[in-house]
Design a protein around this ligand. Structure first.
Ligand SMILES: NC(=O)c1ccc[n+]([C@@H]2O[C@H](COP(=O)([O-])OP(=O)(O)OC[C@H]3O[C@@H](n4cnc5c(N)ncnc54)[C@H](OP(=O)(O)O)[C@@H]3O)[C@@H](O)[C@H]2O)c1
Length: 213
């Protein structure tokens, strides 16, 4: 498949590496498609790795990944063009975080709304699935933990879109747990804050969640 990724940061690159390793073609979409960061990522990934504007990546992708800082996400989606994403599976990895000097990050919104729901509102014709937001980018592809594979929770309104994402997760080494519609992002985004606070206290960022039965 062709995968369009909005963003060029650690998440975009780690997921891009995973998609390429599993046989897909990836375009990173950016306001600066020729930045040194993008050039280095392309050089280490060969011909399956390309870059373009956000709009080009949105048109290129059969599946789209949103991997932008929360404060730039609405703008990135405007640049991508909601029409270019109509009907497509859109994997929302963002966490709606506010960063303040000397404090751990906190959620910009919650309880009665979520980043996932906002992304779905900004892209009314797309099939948004919240996924990958509860773990550090280093572990998004083929996570290796002594306790076995962690679980990935997903949320979205479209069952077929969640099937597509579940297959991607399986290829990436993750069991998926579907927690329901996109409103489930209200539960998944606070898990990021839990992950950050646990990581700080444990002084260990190689942590992930698993549902024991
Ligand atoms: N880092 C992790 O391990 C991790 C794990 C789970 C979830 N997340 C979430 O995943 C998302 C990406 O995280 P990240 O650490 O890879 O990168 P990041 O530093 O949070 O975001 C970088 C990307 O945001 C884009 N961006 C910034 N301002 C923008 C604007 N005004 N308009 C359009 N685009 C803008 C940049 O695009 P350009 O290329 O155009 O500059 C850049 O590619 C975040 O929401 C984060 O909370 C991160």
């Amino acid at each position: 498949m062709n995968i369009g990724i909005l963003g060029t940061g650690e998440v975009a690159q780690s997921l891009g590496n995973g998609f390429i390793a599993t046989g897909h073609d990836v375009m990173l979409g950016s306001r600066d498609p020729n930045s040194d960061t993008v050039k280095a990522w392309k050089a280490s990934n060969g011909p399956k790795a390309t870059s373009g504007t956000s709009e080009q990546a949105a048109k290129f992708g059969e599946v789209i990944v949103v991997a932008t800082v929360w404060s730039g996400t609405e703008n990135a989606l405007k640049l991508a063009g909601p029409k270019n994403l109509e009907g497509k599976v859109v994997i929302d990895v963002t966490n709606p975080l506010v960063f303040e000097e000397g404090k751990p990050p906190r959620l910009a919104l919650g309880f009665s709304d979520s980043g996932g729901e906002q992304v779905q509102c900004w892209l009314p014709g797309a099939r948004v699935v919240k996924c990958f937001n509860i773990v550090g980018h280093q572990h998004m592809f083929r996570p290796q933990f002594t306790g076995g594979p962690p679980d990935m929770f997903i949320a979205g309104n479209d069952d077929d879109a969640k099937k597509t994402v579940t297959k991607i997760l399986s290829d990436f080494g993750w069991p998926a747990i579907d927690i329901g519609d996109i409103g489930g992002a209200r539960l998944l985004e606070p898990l990021c804050i839990l992950w950050v606070n646990a990581g700080r206290r444990l002084e260990n960022w190689h942590i992930a969640f698993k549902l024991l039965r």
